[in-house]
Design a protein around this ligand. Structure first.
Ligand code: KIV
Ligand code: ZN
Length: 512
């Protein structure tokens, strides 16, 4: 690998999935992985194999499907985790095991309750075992930011000798500031024996809003892998955002002596896909992928941009994939065009039967909506991909009444495990009435944490995409629904969240 190559390690499917409610199904993860491959990320961290059988299966499927990016599984530094990771990545053209253990005094004493010598021994053992499965082994020192420098040097030296090929330095709690983080990376590379035999990596959380700045400081000081996520998704305040890292090094080539192989035109499609699948809406003023990122509001700016674009624009919207959501299909498109378009979007439907239902739904949508964009298809297909066994609650029919001076009313027919039931309620608005009607038969007892509506595309005929976040007994799930009628979209989103609570596979969080 050239000294100037900056590897992009995407952890949307692992650290990103640790965001509350962002758990994804195997099909959803596969769709995101295909988009990441299209975007040409170097390494896809597909999950944490030991977390649950579902996580294992998702990593295994991604390892089978992805050819151009390396596929990685996280593993704590213990035998079971490493073996599960090794089995999960087996089909990969290039597979990586990423093993980690905490190295800060507070984590070793209070969380692991391990002596530092035993931490080093566990790390070495895990790396050696991982090398039996693959020659691409990454080691991370969790909470490196609050770890003792000499201890970090000691454990990194030991794992390099044991066969680690990438050394990752995480700011797990988002505590660092750029000047300090850059200096830590520089000092580690200088002091750790054989540091030139490995790739140095950084993984920064955004608790102080500095994840990207810290990652870039590490790059300026020798890091050649950045761990990041689409839209900056991730634990708490999230991780460094892939799109910001890639565009920063590309736009400021004068400062960064590195290159990535990312196809930046796939950034906006990736951002939309992840937002749509996880229900994590992108804030309008988010750099690169926010709706306003390239919108010039003030007259002075508009005038300047019209005269000469570079007066106010440092990047071109089309270079990061804006306007790439070309008109997809229309009312007259046939089944083959529909199938081809889905393939272009990296979507494979499990059977001809699902394709037929999706096509019928597409025709219905095309009757209501003049133009159908890629995002419309993504939303439509997401609903078709819900497998019947996890679709306990289903909307069969709906009727809403809303009139000045009267309480809004919802009358629904729902299917609960195959049996139809009627449900009705009034509420302060039609959405409130709908949710109350659903609860009157579902009786989930969950708390509604979030309700948000977004237009998927422009125009008043756009589909509304609704996210509903529910919490029950410590579990948090996000449900999504899309429809040109936002009350129907809301009902679908609520039912989707209930289905997730109902299916509820329990998973282990690697960092607890
Ligand atoms: O934040 C962190 O420390 C992690 C590690 C597992 C790399 O996510
Ligand atoms: Zn992390």
């Amino acid at each position: 690998m050239s000294k100037n190559q900056l590897l992009i390690f995407d952890t949307t499917l692992r650290d990103g999935e640790q965001s509350p409610g962002a758990a994804m199904t195997r099909e959803e993860k596969l769709r995101i992985a295909r988009q990441l491959e299209k975007m040409r990320v170097d390494i896809i961290e597909a999950g944490f194999a030991a977390a649950s059988p579902g996580d294992f299966a998702a990593i295994h499927s991604i390892a089978e499907a992805i050819k151009d990016s390396a596929v990685c599984s996280l593993a704590r530094a213990n035998e079971n985790d490493v073996r599960r990771a090794g089995e999960a990545i087996k089909p990969a053209a290039r597979g990586r095991i990423h093993t980690f253990i905490a190295t800060s005094p507070i984590h070793m004493e209070k969380k692991l309750r391990m002596h530092p010598d035993d931490v080093v021994a566990a790390a070495v053992k895990a790396v050696k075992l991982a090398r039996e499965y693959t020659d691409d082994v990454e080691f991370s020192a969790e909470d490196a930011v609050r770890s003792n420098f000499d201890f970090l040097c000691r454990i990194f030296d030991a794992v390099i000798q044991a066969g680690a090929t990438t050394i990752n330095v995480p700011d797990t709690v988002g505590y660092s500031i750029p000047v300090q983080w850059g200096e830590r990376m520089r000092a580690l590379i200088e002091h750790v024996p054989n540091s030139d035999r490995v790739i140095w990596s950084t993984h920064c959380h955004n608790d102080l809003g500095l994840a990207v700045a810290n990652s870039l400081a590490a790059v300026l000081n020798g890091a050649r892998q950045v761990e990041c996520t689409i839209n900056g998704l991730g634990e708490r305040a999230g991780n460094a955002a892939v799109e910001e890292i890639v565009m920063a090094v590309r736009t400021r080539k004068d400062l960064f002596p590195v290159e990535t192989r990312i196809d930046a035109t796939q950034i906006v499609p990736a951002s939309r896909l992840v937002s749509q699948i996880t229900g994590y809406v992108v804030q309008p003023n988010k750099a690169i992928v926010g709706a306003n990122a390239f919108a010039h509001e003030s007259g002075i700016h508009q005038d300047g941009v019209l005269k000469h674009r570079e007066t106010y624009e440092i990047m071109r919207a089309e270079d990061v994939g804006w306007h790439a959501n070309k008109l997809s299909l229309g009312k007259l498109s046939g089944r083959n065009a529909f199938r081809t378009k889905l393939a272009e979007l990296g979507i494979e439907l499990a059977s001809e039967e699902i394709l037929n239902t999706a096509f019928a739904r597409f025709k219905e949508l095309a009757d209501k909506k003049r133009e159908i964009f890629d995002e419309d298809l993504q939303a439509l297909v997401s609903e078709e991909m819900v497998t019947p066994e996890v679709e306990h609650y289903k909307l069969v029919a709906s009727k809403f009444h809303s009139e000045t001076g009267e309480l809004p009313r919802a009358e629904l027919t729902l299917s609960l495990g195959g049996a139809e039931q009627r449900a009705e309620s009034t509420g302060s608005g039609p959405v409130d009435a709908t949710f109350k009607a659903i609860e009157s038969v579902a009786g989930s007892g969950s708390d509604l944490l979030l309700f948000s509506v977004n237009a998927i595309t422009t125009g008043t005929d756009a589909q509304g995409e609704v996210t509903v976040r529910l919490a029950k007994a410590g579990r948090i799930v996000n449900g999504q629904g899309a429809d040109t009628d936002i009350i129907v979209a809301s009902a679908k989103a609520y039912l989707n969240a209930l289905n997730k609570l109902h299916a509820g596979p329990e998973r282990v969080n690697p960092q607890l």
